[in-house]
Design a protein around this ligand. Structure first.
Ligand SMILES: NC(=O)c1ccc[n+]([C@@H]2O[C@H](COP(=O)([O-])OP(=O)(O)OC[C@H]3O[C@@H](n4cnc5c(N)ncnc54)[C@H](O)[C@@H]3O)[C@@H](O)[C@H]2O)c1
Ligand SMILES: O=C(O)C(=O)C[C@]1(C(=O)O)C=C[C@@H](O)C=C1
Length: 283
């Protein structure tokens, strides 16, 4: 917001004095406050950026101090649980527009943010039924001005989609790295030394913040368990193909998944992948 000149004054709150000082030094806030209540006073827009499990507590702290007509949004990775935790604490006349930028890294804390983080990434909004359309439109315009592509969907649908595209993949990465760690026949130094690219990608994901991800799984329980059930079924099918030497099944399966990867790259959603001119050539 600062880089694009989209806000007059940006103020922030963090629990630790160290984080507040870091935020001030980096310069992405004009002022920091030791309490959430002080921070939101007079604010037109309040963005809640705490782990999903802490959203309710912060909403309870700020509720009585919000300006009438203010908009509250959040960036939580799960939407139904955040809505249930936050909405009851917001007074009438304050607009709540839940949101989720599908952009991030395995890093946490004030030094991990950067102005281009949201560029060409999706930012999903899950407006509440009966909410103020003008507040949603204003937030959409802000996200777009930051460089994001905005889509709106129901919170329940969001949680199922993200269970497929983000939450279960994280759980699988955590598990794979845990498996490597547990395997007595492969020493830790071998895991580090010979770590192949695929495993290295898993370790990056598995280095993500434990509090954030604990809360994601505890609050998006049903959708994650559903997708995990399907994952297990597919895994057993692949396991069987390997055991029975069914190369055709494996080949067809990997051909299908390769097409999904190519679709993501063609949609411009993999910022890490080198393009090598492929998309231009239409291959
Ligand atoms: N990291 C990502 O990739 C990513 C992407 C999209 C959305 N999110 C969501 O954004 C939110 C914040 O994640 P982040 O990556 O910015 O984490 P972060 O660790 O960088 O920031 C979270 C902050 O919340 C503070 N906090 C924790 N519990 C608190 C409490 N009870 N009261 C007050 N403050 C508290 C922490 O001290 C920390 O300063 C989460 O809800 C997460 O699901 C994260
Ligand atoms: O690239 C990463 O490090 C991420 O995991 C970011 C990522 C994801 O793509 O799954 C993680 C959680 C979010 O809620 C949104 C984005």
């Amino acid at each position: 917001m600062r880089a694009h000149g989209l806000a007059g004054t940006i103020v922030g709150h963090a629990r630790s004095a160290e984080t507040r000082e870091a935020a001030r030094q980096i310069g992405f806030v004009d002022e920091v406050f030791a309490t959430a209540a002080e921070t939101v006073q007079g604010a037109d827009l309040v963005v809640l950026c705490v782990p999903v499990g802490a959203m309710g507590q912060v909403a309870a702290e700020i509720g009585p101090h919000l300006k009438p007509g203010a908009t509250v949004t959040d960036v939580g990775s799960v939407k139904q649980a955040v809505i249930a935790a936050v909405a009851p604490h917001l007074p009438a006349g304050v607009h709540f527009v839940p949101g989720h930028p599908i952009a991030g890294t395995e890093h946490s804390g004030p030094y991990s943010g950067f102005a281009g983080l949201f560029r060409n990434r999706w930012w999903l909004l899950t407006p509440l039924p009966g909410g103020d359309p003008a507040a949603t439109a204003q937030l959409r315009a802000l996200c777009e001005a930051i460089g994001a592509n905005v889509d709106e969907m129901e919170a329940e649908h969001h949680d199922l989609v993200l269970a497929v595209t983000s939450h279960t993949p994280h759980l699988i990465a955590y598990t794979m790295v845990g498996v490597a760690d547990d395997l007595a026949r492969v020493t830790d130094s071998e895991v580090v030394q010979y770590s192949a690219a695929g495993f290295r990608d898993f370790t990056r994901i598995a280095a993500s913040d434990p509090t954030m991800w604990r809360d994601v799984f505890l609050t998006n329980k049903d959708a994650t368990l559903e997708i995990l059930g399907r994952f297990t079924e597919e895994l057993f099918a692949l396991q069987r193909a390997i055991r029975t030497g069914d190369g055709e099944m494996l080949f067809d399966y990997f051909t299908r998944t390769r097409a999904i990867r190519r679709g993501i790259i063609e949609a411009g959603q993999d910022t890490a992948a080198p393009d090598f001119g492929r998309s231009k050539a239409g291959r």
